[in-house]
Design a protein around this ligand. Structure first.
Ligand code: C2O
Ligand code: CU
Length: 474
């Protein structure tokens, strides 16, 4: 019986019998069923002031009328039940990015569920074994649905949280706006698909064009960064401050300062602990320097009010590990996965819909990318890999293109064990690994979650353009 089926049957059991019987039948820890947190999300069109009050509001698609959607905040070990009502004019689903859910709750249209039709409601329900910073978003035509504002943060608090003065979430997004402050409707155009995706012209933090972020001298904040952009990669520099990374993609890592900008690709999360060491009244820029010669000021940290403390806040503790099993590298089975295609690449031919086609024919069908030579035209596929449940695997990912790709695997977190053949310093757990052009990365994990799982680039135009596939665990 899977862990999840167990939780469901236990609840039914509780409902139908007395506590006394259970106390005799089950071990002590099982007497307490996980608390279930219930939410309701309505996906619908709305309007929001993305660029401030001096401009007209922007028409968006949203959860509950806000961008980002409501922050779902639960405790590690709890169970989440979310009823999602679709009031859009098209089908949708919700994917719980980074959460190791049972396959039927993964929100992949056709592969794991029937898409939610307009007017319908679907109830997602799953346990949250791991703490961390996650997010939710549609997996149906996500290049447009996410691009129009459908996404929200999902925060799972640690049983033993790290001690900070403030816990802050910044959901970063990037929009392509017209001078009217409306979203440009050119979703899924071939130029975006075949180059670096839909990089826009307006960056928001928590759905607003930011100006300042108020801080107090001496404060220690935990800053949860979530990149909800279709395609923009951020490289954040905090002038005269030294952020410490405490987790990647929700998974704890040895606390360390990063040399240079904090780089965060689409769908990735980074939790930083920042000590506000400036003096009251001062301002410090946060700039995004990722794209050369396109640097801009994201916002200013503005020191206001009385200092919270004088002097250092003490060492930053490592967060408790989550519950992923440790892959056994000595005994792991190894597979290679090559990512190909795009402009300025060397790819000439690919398999599309079971036929060999050339790049020109691919592009005429709106496709530009491949995984292991196959361009995916939908969510359902012959699995490119069949993994045995419980075994350790190393996947050697090769970016054979001239572009960056944040590659996401569903249903699992993996350790990034090497880059370009060199062991990584922190062997970080991630669910999305950003690969630079021509870069190689090896990821390792135990295939412990049964089902058909997507692996795809999270530049949503690359995904739509064929860079996705299915890995089966059974
Ligand atoms: Cu964030 Cu397959 O998705
Ligand atoms: Cu990509």
């Amino acid at each position: 019986m899977t862990k999840n089926a167990w939780a469901v049957s236990r609840r039914t059991f509780l409902a139908s019998s007395g506590m006394a019987t259970i106390a005799m039948a089950l071990p002590a820890w099982a007497n307490i069923p996980p608390t279930t947190r219930e939410y309701r999300l309505v996906a619908k069109p709305g309007e929001t002031r993305l660029v401030g009050d001096s401009h007209p509001p922007t028409a968006v698609w949203s959860y509950d009328g806000t961008v980002p959607g409501p922050e779902i905040r639960v405790r590690q070990g709890e169970r989440l039940r979310v009823a999602v009502e679709n009031r859009l004019a098209e089908e949708t689903t919700v994917h719980w990015h980074g959460v190791r859910v049972p396959n039927a709750m993964d929100g992949v249209p056709h592969l794991t569920q029937k898409p939610i039709a307009p007017g319908d409601t679907f109830v997602y329900e799953f346990d949250l074994p791991d703490a961390g910073t996650y997010w939710y978003h549609p997996h149906q035509r996500s290049f447009e649905q996410i691009g129009r504002g459908l996404y929200g943060p999902l925060i799972v608090e640690e049983r033993n949280p790290t001690s900070v003065d403030r816990d802050v979430t910044w959901v970063l997004d990037d929009w392509r706006l017209l001078p009217t402050a409306q979203i440009s409707g050119d979703f899924g155009n071939m130029h975006d698909i075949s180059h670096n995706g839909r990089v826009g012209n307006t960056v928001t933090v928590n759905g607003r064009l930011p100006d300042t972020f108020a801080v107090r001298a001496g404060e220690r904040i935990r800053l949860r960064l979530i990149n909800a952009a279709n395609a923009r990669i951020f490289g954040l520099e905090f002038k005269d401050h030294r952020p410490t990374v405490v987790s990647y993609d929700g998974q704890p890592v040895e606390p360390h300062e990063v040399a240079g900008p904090v780089v965060i690709g689409p769908a990735m999360r980074i939790d930083l602990v920042i000590d506000l060491v400036g003096n009251p009244g001062r301002r410090f820029r946060v700039t995004d320097t990722f794209y050369r010669s396109l640097e801009y000021r994201l916002l200013d940290l503005a020191y206001e009010g009385e200092p919270v403390r004088r002097g250092p806040a003490g060492p930053i503790a490592r967060l408790d590990d989550n519950t992923m099993p440790e892959p056994n590298l000595a005994d792991a089975e190894r597979h290679e996965i090559a990512f190909g295609g795009g402009m300025m690449g060397s790819m000439r031919m690919a398999m599309m819909g079971g036929r060999q086609v050339d790049m020109r024919e691919m592009m005429q069908s709106g496709m530009a990318w491949t995984i292991n030579g196959v361009t995916a035209t939908g969510h359902i596929h012959e699995p490119m890999l069949r993994l045995t449940r419980g075994r350790s695997y190393v996947l050697a990912l090769a970016n054979d293109t001239a572009w960056h790709h944040p590659v996401h695997l569903h249903g699992h977190s993996f350790r990034v064990v090497s880059r370009d053949g060199k062991p990584t310093r922190h062997r970080e757990w991630q669910d999305t690994v950003l690969m630079a052009p021509k870069e190689r990365a090896e990821i390792a994990f135990v295939a412990d979650n049964p089902g058909d799982w997507m692996i795809h680039c999270h530049i949503l135009e690359h995904q739509a353009g064929g860079m996705m596939g299915v890995v089966r665990v059974s």
